[in-house]
Design a protein around this ligand. Sequence first.
Ligand code: MN3
Length: 196
Amino acid sequence: MTLKLPDLPYAYDALSPFMSAETLEFHHDKHHLAYVENGNKLLAGSKYEGQSLEDIVKNAYADKAQAIINNVGQHYNHLHFWQWMKKGGGGKKLPGNVQKLVDEYGGYDKVRTDFIEAGKGQFGSGWAWLAIKDGKLEVVKTPNGENPLMYGSKPILGVDVWEHSYYIDYRNARPKYLEAWFDNLVNWEHVEALAG
Ligand code: MN3
């Protein structure tokens, strides 16, 4: 498959003041584009060329194909990251399937705390996730371009904790970014679509 940079599903300034237009311009137009371009160079002529995006991500990890893990993994992560945010997002009113998973995990406050702690605790670049494993919600963190698909779970929500995702708006205050992100930006409908 050929990777393609998607348009953002909202205007660059739609997520302000929680994520600025400047951050989205750099993050989407430059960082994500680089993953797409590098990924396509790596995939061309490789054994992964005819596979689905999810299969490439899983198989590259099994093969320890580090450059593909990095670039195609990050393409998968960012495709969803743009959709995991919306203007007027966040809030405790969750769609049905997500609410059920959250209740079984221990409730909204526990999920919020554990998710934010996972993001704070990821040393260096990476992601924090809500994923489903064996029908149950789990909170995990991953380094660099990795994601839960590579470990046999299904990611339903992920937050980018690379500095490029927050340094313009929050400088070094990753915890503030994580709290603002969870409380004001999460598009729970996209989480539900993946969880359903
Ligand atoms: Mn990023």
